[in-house]
Design a binder for this molecule. Structure first.
Ligand SMILES: [Zn+2]
Length: 242
């Protein structure tokens, strides 16, 4: 169901009070996309992003126009992306524990959730891998049964854990293969949280400008103007010569 303009504005206001990484996810709760008692922090990153792809399509359509900058020649490459094609499937059971036997170790771990992402926000990329494994590790033992700390796990095993997390929770990362007319090819990451939040912020700016113009011209109240729908607002603005 498409939310009303007034509901969207309130959802944006509530989100703006959150930390940047939490703004788009908070919309899922404000707009009723997840049950009110569902803990957003405990939702896996991929489950959250899969829902944000759906929310962006419902609010602003499937087409995403984006610009990537070529690392070789510096040109801007315009991208026309279909969110339905890029969006990950919703992995309902991604929060189940995963076990792995490799490099003479047996490990059990879970996939990262929103809380993990928030805690890692400030970490350097090299530290982030170790920290993520440490946060998500449930148990690690050597082949002869001795417990091992996350920091002691071989690097190749840490890498394997990350790969298993990505496979179990598709959508935690959406990669785009981009090519430039100059021949360069590279991989960019699509940040759906930032897409959803930026699009909604732009919409809020446009909508409040309309409210301002109509209130000033006709003396109508904000609630009346928001309640009349986008098509009618535009009609009155055009009548005013906007
Ligand atoms: Zn180029």
């Amino acid at each position: 169901m498409v939310p009303t303009a007034s509901t969207l504005l309130s959802a944006w206001e509530a989100g703006a009070a959150e930390a940047p990484l939490d703004r788009a996810p908070s919309l899922l709760r404000s707009l009723g996309e997840i049950p009110p008692d569902q803990n957003l922090g405990a939702m896996t990153v991929g489950q959250c992003e899969a829902r944000l792809f759906e929310l962006r399509r419902a609010l602003f359509g499937d087409l995403l126009e984006a610009v990537a900058t070529c690392p070789t020649c510096g040109a801007d490459v315009e991208l026309n992306l279909s969110l339905a094609e890029l969006g990950p499937p919703l992995a309902e059971h991604a929060s189940a524990a995963i076990t792995l036997r490799q490099s003479n170790h047996a490990v059990a771990f879970r996939v990262p959730c929103n809380d993990d992402l928030r805690r890692l926000g400030a970490a350097e990329p090299e530290q982030a891998i170790g920290e993520l494994v440490e946060r998500c590790l449930i148990e690690a033992r050597t082949a002869d049964g001795h417990p091992v700390a996350a920091a002691q796990l071989p690097l190749e095993l840490q890498q394997a854990i990350l790969e298993a997390m990505a496979a179990a929770d598709p959508g935690a990362q959406t990669l785009l293969e981009v090519t430039c007319p100059c021949g360069a090819a590279w991989v960019d990451e699509l940040d759906i949280r930032s897409v959803v939040w930026t699009d909604l912020t732009d919409w809020v700016g446009r909508t409040l400008t309309e409210v301002h113009q109509l209130a000033r011209a006709y003396g109508w109240a904000e609630a009346e103007i928001l309640g009349m729908g986008a098509w009618r607002r535009r009609w009155y603005l055009e009548a005013l010569g906007w």
